[in-house]
Design a protein around this ligand. Structure first.
Ligand SMILES: Cc1ncc(COP(=O)(O)O)c(C=O)c1O
Length: 440
């Protein structure tokens, strides 16, 4: 009750012109927190687990057929997941694999990227993006991000060399990249585009699902992602040759009959591949989950929209840039505080209100990592860094000052599909309460 009253007072505070509202003191300054207990976002997909996932799992158990290609009974789960995932992503072909990292490795292999080749990726992204390129023997080249937290289209072209083969457009934290500009750059320079949608499964760009606009798209289905089987990944493409190469790479170089059918035949010969096959348990859970993807995305988007609406009139408000506001999932609502100090004060003040806030999180600034700077691979002769260009290329904080600045000065609140209206009202109330204190 007490908390409700406080929230109501906070909501009134901005509108009472004649009689000043009672002081709405921030909890960090000794006021009453907006919430009496911390609000905690959870893992999205697992909160939607129910009888559907249970039935899929039991089917596999009862059939005693956990392997995707054969078993006591004909397995169906992974194949059905691939078909439904392809349809949801408006792509001709989908391949299920064991993780988003594996999916990236398959995508890089499908594009025949190898020693001597360069791939441009954002300075701020997850380890897997960099690793997939290095493990292919190729050279990752980090470009700055902009205030969308994604690749800055203005920062790409200066990194293009005769060796550049692809741009990895990573849609970070639910927000699609500025794909129109990135795809135009790629076209101009005859480069391929890998869309990494690991953190944006279910987002769209100008009406099309992310992953379906570049040459090849990858998704992570790990616990932290929109839908999940704990681990898992997927690849989509409209190009049957890329699908075939990805499928072969994920399955030791072979191309199984069901995938041949999906691709309309085979065009390639065996080559060396690895094993990233998904098992039927994961396939079953993901089949149930992909059918819930839109419900999850709609819920998160709705909560983020409520928060955006509730803070829109704050003076001098600067939000994270959204290249397509309708396509963003709304993973978090992020504000630009102009300086790292102010942002740090915001995070502390929000914590005191029992509304956890964070910097853009969950990922790393790649060029600043010691092993990246040291170009540390599993063998000194690993091809990635042995060429003159490989030796010359620099990583380190001074190569991405904008990225470091942006990530330092932005802070925000993460959303959860199961938040209630009261939860988002509390988020709004807390931001409205601490914003003037922090910006003063
Ligand atoms: C941007 C990005 N790419 C790739 C991955 C790799 O996915 P996974 O953890 O499923 O290997 C992640 C994982 O968080 C990610 O954030």
């Amino acid at each position: 009750m007490k908390r409700r009253k406080f929230v109501a007072a906070a909501a009134m505070a901005g509108s009472a012109a004649a009689a000043p509202a009672p002081a709405n003191k921030a909890a960090i300054d000794g006021g009453t927190p907006v919430r009496s207990a911390p609000l905690r976002p959870g893992f999205w997909g697992t909160q939607f687990y129910d009888d559907k996932e249970r039935t899929e799992l039991l089917d596999v158990l009862d059939a005693q057929s956990p392997f995707r290609w054969y078993g006591k009974q004909a397995p169906t789960k992974v194949l059905r997941f691939e078909k439904e995932f392809a349809a949801r992503m408006q792509s001709k072909h989908a391949l299920a694999v064991t993780s988003g990292t594996a999916a990236l490795q398959c995508a890089v292999a499908a594009l025949e990227i190898g020693p001597g080749d360069e791939v441009i990726l954002p300075a701020w992204t997850w380890h897997s993006c960099f690793n997939a390129v290095v493990l292919a023997g190729a050279l990752p080249v980090c470009a700055e991000i902009d205030t969308s937290f994604n690749l800055d289209p203005n920062a790409i072209e200066k990194h293009i060399t005769p060796h550049t083969r692809a741009i990895m457009a990573v849609h970070l934290q639910g927000n699609p990249c500025d794909l129109d500009r990135i795809l135009a750059i790629a076209k101009r320079h005859k480069l391929r585009v890998i869309e990494d949608c690991a953190q944006s499964v279910g987002a769209s760009y100008k009406g099309r699902p992310v992953g379906s606009l570049g040459d090849i798209g990858i998704y992570s289905l790990q616990l932290n992602k929109t839908i999940t089987a704990g681990e898992g990944g997927a690849i989509v493409t409209n190009d049957p040759a890329l699908f075939e190469r990805a499928s072969r790479f994920h399955d030791l170089g072979g191309f199984r009959a069901p995938h041949q059918q999906m691709a309309g035949g085979q065009q390639l010969d065996w080559f060396f591949g690895t094993n990233f096959r998904m098992n039927e348990f994961s396939g079953g859970v993901l089949l149930a989950q992909v059918r819930k993807l839109d419900a999850i995305v709609t819920a998160v988007r709705g909560h983020a929209a409520h928060v955006y609406e509730g803070i829109r009139d704050l003076p001098n408000l600067k939000l994270r840039a959204l290249p397509d506001p309708k396509g963003e999932i709304g993973t978090g609502v992020f504000l630009d505080f102009g300086t790292k100090d102010r942002c740090d004060r915001f995070l502390a003040a929000m914590k005191a209100e029992n509304i956890p806030a964070s910097k853009p999180g969950g990922s790393v600034i790649l060029p600043t990592l010691p092993h990246v700077i040291a170009k540390k691979t599993i063998h000194p002769n690993w091809p990635s860094f042995t060429s003159p260009r490989g030796k010359a290329i620099r990583y380190g904080a001074d190569t991405c000052p904008n990225t470091i600045d942006i990530l330092g000065r932005f802070g925000g609140v993460l959303m959860d599909p199961k938040y209630t209206r009261q939860d988002t009202r509390d988020i709004i109330a807390a931001i409205r309460k601490v914003y003037p204190v922090v910006m003063a």
